[in-house]
Design a protein around this ligand. Structure first.
Ligand code: MG
Length: 343
């Protein structure tokens, strides 16, 4: 049960993807807008339309800096929404894009962002069919903010939700953790490593489709963006009323990312990713799901990282991390804000 919203003003943590944001959503937005399609807390709302069902999602992008190793705000803006719609199992078809521009922003940079968005949409096989442009006075925004929304058709019989995890299910992760967050923070802070850490921003709709074909009883998918893997798993555990155990030794992390997290005091499990998928599937479909992930161009490092367990406390939900030494610690949702404006 989420605690009531006692906050009197908006704070940075309300956009963190972690516990504070969840408190704001549960106790303000869902109280006001809580349609049943939104209540499971999944990344896309799935609703009937005509003879079928559509999934729809929207996301705003305020990342700073706007250009970073591995991409720019435009790539993240397309991938973020494509991935949020795709996690419902929908075939993502169309996107909108809204730009909020600051007076004085260089047109050639805006062109680069738009070119990247067009290329990324084409890679994902989606079309950008409508948009909006607003300009605010110098100093009233920070360069470029982008909102995207996306829609897709959900194939008959597909019903994915974070509420569907069951004890015995297996948790998969499609690749290395923390690349996006560390790419952004190193660009922002002028940190350098022996090799550059690049953002992992990528459209994962094709990967999700092929995992779903290989593991037709998959329970849910989610992209562990703000708040990282820890927040995603806590959302699944709470929504399904289960515990989740993750084996740290099985979680792929690049050496530079691990080093940067140690240096900066970040928990890599709470660092944002923009090109990774967490999947929960029944145990007997886990190997097929893993093979499908690894066959995708963005899934070479995919791994089985843990399992769903019956709740250790009645009605509870806990995510635990088993360290390589065999000890266990609680993997908490991000509290407060770790890295504002990461996406
Ligand atoms: Mg998401």
């Amino acid at each position: 049960m989420a605690s009531a919203l006692n906050d009197t003003e908006v704070r940075l943590g309300h956009g963190s993807g972690g516990a504070m944001m969840k408190r704001l959503i549960d106790n303000l937005f869902l109280e006001e807008f809580g349609d049943e399609a939104a209540l499971p807390g999944d990344d896309a709302g799935v609703v009937p339309l005509g003879a079928g069902r559509i999934a729809m999602s929207t996301d705003s992008f305020v990342v700073t800096p706007q250009f970073f190793p591995g991409g720019n705000i435009g790539r993240v803006a397309v991938c973020g929404t494509v991935n949020d719609v795709a996690t419902s199992g929908a075939q993502v078809a169309y996107l909108s894009c809204g730009f909020i521009l600051e007076e004085g922003y260089p047109i050639d940079r805006l062109r680069q962002i738009a070119t990247t968005m067009a290329k990324t949409a084409s890679e994902a096989g989606v079309k950008i069919i409508t948009g909006d442009t607003k300009v605010v006075e110098r100093g009233k925004a920070d360069g470029v903010f982008i909102n995207t929304a996306g829609v897709g058709l959900v194939p008959p019989g597909v019903d994915l939700s974070g509420t569907h995890c069951r004890p015995g299910d297996v948790v998969l992760l499609s690749g290395t953790l923390g690349d996006h967050g560390i790419a952004i923070v190193s660009q922002r802070e002028g940190l350098s490593f022996s090799t550059t850490v690049e953002s992992d921003a990528a459209p994962l709709n094709r990967m999700i489709s092929s995992v779903l074909a290989a593991a037709p009883h998959a329970r849910c998918f989610r992209d562990p963006t703000r708040g990282g893997l820890a927040s995603t798993l806590n959302e699944f555990a709470e929504a399904s009323g289960v515990d989740i155990l993750v084996r740290e030794a099985d979680v792929p992390v690049r050496d530079q990312v691990r080093g940067a997290c140690d240096m900066l005091g970040y928990d890599v499990f709470q660092v944002a990713n923009e090109g990774k998928i967490v999947a929960v599937v029944p145990a007997d479909e886990a190997d097929a799901a893993l093979a499908a992930m690894r066959a995708d161009r963005y899934g070479a490092d995919a791994a089985i990282i843990g399992e769903v367990q019956a709740p250790s406390i009645e009605g509870g939900h806990t995510v635990r991390l088993e360290t390589p030494f065999g000890s266990r610690r609680i993997l908490d949702m991000l509290v407060g804000e770790q890295l504002p404006r990461i996406c």
